[in-house]
Design a protein around this ligand. Structure first.
Ligand SMILES: Nc1nc2c(c(=O)[nH]1)N[C@H]1C(S)=C(S)[C@@H](COP(=O)(O)O)O[C@H]1N2
Ligand SMILES: [Mo]
Length: 440
């Protein structure tokens, strides 16, 4: 099999470990990656459930499956090819784990099409995503621990559909100076798809939340990059007060269809208004705890910011970091696309605005580098936590180079800043979006 071994060729730092895992324990590796029952036949070729899972993962039939060995990592997986199947125009920042954002001009729709919803993975997508056998466990500090199928969720609870904004806490990180390590998101780690599911609060109420419960812990089926089944890529939670917000969904549909694989199929949480990391994908378990959850990416400096303004580059001790809760007020210009050249003196500028747990109350644009602002027309959200559409007709007085700036203000009177509030991990960049326009 040596000539098939592409391990040297490509991939992130962890790819060699994945290959090592297959070399050391091919059957165990199969089991971990391709689900619970791999079924190799006596000669070691893949068949049955293992083959079905692998076929699903590569997205099409494997004509030579009879000679495809078990304990063998398909190139498609090693290269994360096919990961962006059903996605359109996304910019890939990283392929292992898959991280891809959407250029702002492709986010022009009020409802983000599934093909344009960004992807932020911390681990490896679970192979076994069968909606019929999927179960969600609700346990911890509840009166009645429950194990629910997706069918149970649909039939025992009210099914609701809402447009909900999900933004990664690190969106905008690439603009930090000095730079912050992590995915170098520019503007497009945000989207507002239409999600269908049941209210998290209804499910928790049915389980009976004990008085001692103060925090949720969310678990998903994705695998740690190392392939170590004992490790979790990410497990975050929210205070019980946020968990009970009626707009959090345990979702099984995205834009009226099954959720995209990369966006958490077949079941995910959507906890809008807070960092995207609260919205566990491939959701398998919600546990209620009497302590602030301490799963991977809950502790240390993950999804935390200093408890005070700090100077760019300043060292901050771990104990001075606080967990990020609501995301800040922000907006995006989705048209025109930056760099546009036009010979028209008049142009519609438009986009979306959102404000964490709040609503956007005012939207303004400037074409003179912020010297003067004009108010844009701003729509109400179709439901709480949906981003809001805005538009303004701007007139350029003469030919030349312009920048269009956009600034949202929340109903709490908080506006987007000109400059980034620097923090060590590069979170919460809500500085104003600027696009360049050349008028001929
Ligand atoms: N199980 C699981 N859930 C997860 C993640 C993950 O890596 N694994 N990433 C989180 C982060 S950091 C973000 S920003 C959102 C992104 O959701 P999306 O990929 O559907 O856009 O999912 C969150 N849920
Ligand atoms: Mo994120």
């Amino acid at each position: 099999m040596a000539e098939h071994d592409p391990g040297e060729r490509r991939g992130g730092a962890d790819t060699p470990r994945l290959f090592k895992m297959f070399k050391d324990d091919p059957e165990g590796a199969d089991k971990r990656l391709f689900g619970r029952v791999p079924y190799p036949d006596r000669r070691g070729f893949l068949r049955g459930a293992g083959l079905a899972t692998m076929t699903a993962m590569v997205g099409m039939a494997i004509p030579f499956h009879r000679t495809m060995p078990s304990g063998f990592i398909p190139m498609a997986l090693a290269e994360s090819e096919g990961a962006l199947e059903g996605k359109d125009g996304l910019t890939v920042l990283n392929d292992r784990p898959v991280n891809a954002e959407t250029p702002p001009h492709l986010l022009d729709d009020a409802v983000t099409p599934t093909s344009r919803h960004f992807i932020r993975n911390n681990g490896l997508v679970p192979a076994d995503r069968d909606p019929d056998s999927w179960t969600l466990t609700v346990d911890g500090l509840v009166d009645k621990p429950m194990e629910l199928s997706i069918g149970d969720l649909r039939s025992n609870f009210e099914v609701v559909t809402e447009n909900l904004t999900i933004e990664c806490g690190g969106n905008g990180r690439s603009f930090f100076d000095p730079p912050a390590s992590g995915n170098q998101w520019t503007l497009g780690a945000v989207g507002c798809s239409q999600w269908t599911g049941v209210r998290l609060a209804d499910v928790l109420k049915a389980a009976g939340v004990k008085d001692s419960a103060i925090y949720t812990a969310h678990y998903g089926a994705d695998m740690h990059l190392s392939g170590d089944p004992e490790k979790l890529p990410i497990s975050r939670g929210v205070p019980i007060e946020k968990a009970m917000n009626p707009h959090n969904l345990i979702a099984f549909e995205q834009n009226g269809e099954p959720i995209h694989t990369m966006n958490g199929a077949p079941l995910r949480l959507v906890v809008p208004g807070w960092p995207g990391s609260c919205s566990q994908k491939w959701l398998t378990r919600i546990q209620l705890r009497d302590v602030v959850h301490d799963g991977p990416k809950m502790t240390g400096k993950s999804y935390r910011v200093p408890n005070r303004p700090v100077a760019p580059g300043e060292e901050v001790a771990n104990e001075d970091f606080v967990i990020i809760e609501a995301m800040p007020v922000k907006s995006l210009i989705t048209s025109p696309m930056t760099g546009v050249e036009t010979d028209s003196r008049s142009m519609e500028v438009r986009g979306h605005a959102w404000a964490g747990d709040d609503q956007v109350a005012k939207m303004e644009v400037s074409i003179d580098f912020g010297a003067t602002w004009m108010e844009a027309e701003l729509d109400a959200p179709v439901n709480p936590y949906a981003w809001q559409q805005w538009r303004a007709q701007v007139s350029f007085p003469q030919a030349g180079y312009y920048e269009v700036w956009a600034r949202a203000t929340s109903d709490k009177g908080v506006s987007q800043p000109h400059a980034i509030a620097w923090n060590p991990k590069g979170y919460l960049n809500n500085s104003m979006h600027r696009v360049s326009v050349r008028v001929a």
